[in-house]
Design a binder for this molecule. Structure first.
Ligand code: GPV
Length: 806
């Protein structure tokens, strides 16, 4: 401990340049972060050295998003230093928790997809599998959400403002990334070759982050790219005296990594976004070839050294980029290059929503990346030749399968390109993978037998159990001993404890403790609180119509109606606190109206004395990883109520179950696998099944018929329409109400009655404390499958073939 104190004070004095007695909390946080970093450094350098020596095959995970969450707690956990640091700081009169709270989380992702990437790299480091995570160092991450009069207002997320102690910039390892210009052919040794004459370029500066394994001596690397103007470009204009133009050029270049697109599941068809994608993928592929491989490496053997995993379609432009590098820069012939490329990529699809399948117009691609467009055309021509060889001149099939779509405008279907190039294509939960094969890409499944597989998502137990829920972790360790955190199926051994009275009592105490902890956090940040004796009912996830936050609202309005109409006495209902957490994409109008309605319902319900405090609706703004770590461990009920067939997997659902919340959910995504594991008695299932949804769409869905025939629904919708939550103004939620009654794409009204009935079952179950506790313990005991360590084992065995290295 004395060693730690010395190092810490040294960082404070020499790194921050302040004396302890004059230091701010931020000084102390930065000094502590750098001190903890020292303890990981030997492992990091060791990992890099051994990796270079062994030249073992590794994963290059290509992802436009990494939703990392705070780093300090995880770094302390990885080193096993938490206790020493806590005591050492206490001797200096400093509270570790205060310093941890000072960290601004790097919000370099939107939601599930970005958080999944962060869980995966954590698991790979913990399993000693070589991996480099590649992505973008956005200067501004996901916006900070505030509410004004109940409406979402976005603030910039200046996460770097107070210092960024976890990153290591390496300007000397910059890559040049080119754009635009034209292509030309030329002759060399009697063969006609192509080359790209780019129009402009930027520099990609890598910033390295440590990805520590859990107490295993390994530290992998996350390498995020930042864009700056090339010096040459800059200086030439500057010297010509056009200073404004020089500044403009710089701004233009630096815009590329300026801000994360706050879209979730819908591609924003903007040129800048395509620039971002090519920027990080090109820099990453060159970085791997130049800096990870030895200088004399024969790229014929590239597939023995790396697999580039495409996290959805965002990095798919890497496919033509690798082809371009091999053919244009490294003189491979086309066929050899294609054989190599096909083995080097694999593709994960994260959606089924047709509007979320990314396409780029040929016009834009041709302007920004002319050589890549030529390469994509050739890949497509050769692919369609193969299709013709197999199926004859089936023109309809050819049109269906073409990587190039002709309508509404000529464009490149990035998911098709990824499927043709990828050695494997995986969905993220059983149902999703099945629907991907049967509904989204059936021609490709027929054409490529064995290419489509499932890998069900997972979450890291280090962050989402050990760090987020220390009280539960201690209880588990008391029962099972150590070792479960890296072998999460061992949670099964908790099953007998579901009948153990003392254990059950302690389990309830853990929940109560976590609720009080959450309550303190909410008091601090928003001046709200959670009542101890309330059922805590939580729906946290991006705001999306398909996820159906409106269905949750209809339930709350129905309960409110039961009270205000006199149907039930407040004292006779199970008291509940509802927590919503959700950001809406800034341009997604319906999502923003739903946010407004949640806040409006909250204001009315929370203030109405008739409710006698038995219902409470909280919507803490700016839901992020940091808040998730406090909310999830406190929850009793997890809301996973997407329309069946729309949520690819969900990963929040897994975090809740592992923390002992019961799920109320539809037969969708990974909910299905959760229910199979925990058992019907410990899961509240409701709603249409996916085939029923399809049948109802096919026969013609008329939402208003449900409104007409269900009194409770009728009353709930009328309350909203009448202005109950908008001071009598009927206009405010008119758009939302009309949407529900006359469109309701995601069938909230069709599932309303089943949902309300299931919620009434929840109430009954909650009143039986013993039964509830038993179910909650069984949820923990039976969901060890959802560790991202298991997901990673699946990827390794079925796709990557990258065994643990050392
Ligand atoms: I596509 N997902 C996301 O967060 N952003 C996206 O752009 C796309 C998908 C999510 C899915 O919606 C979740 O169901 C899934 O659990 C998650 O990706 C991780 O696979």
């Amino acid at each position: 401990m004395d060693g730690f104190i010395r190092e810490f004070l040294r960082e404070l004095n020499f790194g921050q340049g302040v004396a302890l007695s004059f230091s701010s909390i931020n000084d102390q946080y930065l000094a502590l972060a750098r001190t903890v970093r020292h303890y990981l450094m030997a492992r990091w350098l060791g990992t890099l050295r051994r990796q270079f020596e062994t030249q073992a095959k590794g994963v290059a995970y290509l992802s436009a998003e990494y939703l990392l969450g705070r780093q300090l707690g995880n770094a302390l956990l990885a080193t096993g230093l938490t206790d020493i640091v806590e005591e050492g700081l206490a001797k200096c009169g400093i509270d570790l928790a205060t310093l941890r709270a000072q960290e601004v989380e790097p919000g370099l992702g939107n939601g599930g997809l970005g958080r999944l990437a962060a869980c995966f790299i954590d698991s790979l480091a913990t399993m000693s599998v070589p991996c480099v995570g590649y992505g973008i160092r956005y200067e501004y991450g996901i916006f900070r959400q505030t509410f004004e009069d109940g409406r979402q207002v976005e603030q910039p997320d200046n996460w770097l403002a107070l210092g960024s102690p976890w990153e290591f910039p390496h300007p000397e390892a910059a890559q040049i990334v080119n754009f635009a210009g034209h292509t030309e052919t030329y002759e060399e040794d009697g063969t006609v070759r192509s080359r790209w004459i780019p129009g402009w370029s930027v520099q990609a500066i890598p910033y390295n982050y440590m990805v520590p394994g859990y107490q295993n001596g390994r530290v992998n690397t996350l390498r995020l790219w930042s864009a700056v103007a090339t010096n040459a470009f800059d200086l030439r204009i500057f010297n010509s005296g056009d200073y404004a133009e020089a500044v403009r050029a710089q701004t233009f270049a630096e815009n590329i990594s300026k801000v994360l697109y706050p879209e979730d599941s819908t591609p924003q068809g903007k040129e800048l976004r395509l620039q971002q994608q090519y920027f990080f993928v090109s820099a990453s592929i060159h970085d791997f070839i130049d800096n990870v491989l030895p200088a004399d490496f024969d790229l014929t053997h590239l597939p023995d050294r790396v697999i580039f995993q495409l996290n959805d379609t965002h990095p798919v432009i890497g496919v033509p980029e690798l082809m371009r590098v091999l053919v244009d820069e490294k003189d491979f012939d086309w066929d050899d290059a294609w054989e190599i490329t096909k083995k080097c990529f694999a593709y994960t699809c994260h959606t089924l929503l047709p509007e979320a399948l990314e396409v780029w117009s040929v016009d834009l691609l041709g302007r920004l990346l002319p050589r890549h467009l030529e390469i994509i055309y050739r890949i497509n021509d050769e692919f369609l030749d193969e299709v013709r060889e197999r199926f004859g001149d089936d023109e309809l099939r050819i049109r269906r399968m073409s990587i190039i779509a002709e309508h509404p405008e000529r464009s490149v279907r990035m998911a098709y390109l990824a499927t043709v190039a990828g050695s494997k294509v995986n969905g993220v939960a059983e149902l999703h993978s099945q629907l991907l094969r049967d509904k989204v890409l059936p021609d490709f499944d027929e054409f490529y037998p064995g290419k489509f597989i499932n890998v069900t998502n997972g979450v890291t137990p280090r962050r989402f159990i050990r760090l987020a829920n220390p009280a539960l972790s201690e209880l588990i360790t008391d029962a099972l001993g150590v070792g479960w955190l890296t072998d999460l199926e061992r949670l099964r051994e908790l099953e007998p404890y579901a009948e153990d009275e003392e254990f059950k009592e302690r389990f309830r105490a853990v929940k109560a403790h976590n609720k009080r902890r959450l309550s303190r956090v909410l008091v601090d940040r928003d001046g709200t609180s959670v009542d101890d004796d309330h059922l805590l009912d939580v729906m946290v996830k991006r705001l999306h119509e398909y996820k159906r936050q409106t269905l949750k609202l209809l339930h709350i309005v129905t309960l409110y109606d039961r009270i205000t109409s006199g149907e039930v006495k407040p004292a006779d209902i199970v008291p509940r606190t509802f927590i919503f957490g959700a950001k809406a994409a800034p341009g997604y109008r319906m999502a923003k109206e739903i946010i407004h309605l949640i806040n409006a319902v909250g204001s009315v319900v929370n203030a109405d004395p008739a409710v006698e405090g038995r219902l409470k609706v909280l919507f803490p703004p700016n839901y992020n990883v940091t808040l998730a770590e406090k909310v999830i461990p406190a929850a009793d009920l997890s809301e996973q109520i997407s329309l069946a067939g729309k949520e690819a997997s969900g990963t929040g659902n897994m975090k809740f179950a592992l923390n002992g919340a019961l799920t109320i959910g539809t037969d969708d995504g990974a909910n299905i696998e959760i229910r199979e594991l925990v058992g019907d008695d410990n899961f509240f299932l409701f709603g249409l099944l996916e085939p029923e949804v399809e049948a109802l769409y096919a026969k013609g869905y008329v939402p208003s018929s449900f409104y007409e025939s269900d009194e409770g629904l009728h009353r709930a919708i009328d309350m909203i329409a009448r202005g109950t939550f908008s001071g009598g103004d009927r206009g405010v939620f008119d758009g939302l109400v009309s949407n529900l009654l006359y469109d309701d794409r995601f069938m909230a009204l069709a599932d309303y009655r089943a949902y309300i009935d299931a919620q009434d079952e929840v109430d009954k179950a909650y009143l039986d404390e013993d039964r509830w506790t038993r179910s909650a313990i069984l949820n923990v005991a039976r969901t060890g499958f959802f560790s991202s360590d298991r997901s990673m084992r699946n990827y390794i065995d079925r796709i990557w073939h990258t065994p643990p290295s050392f």
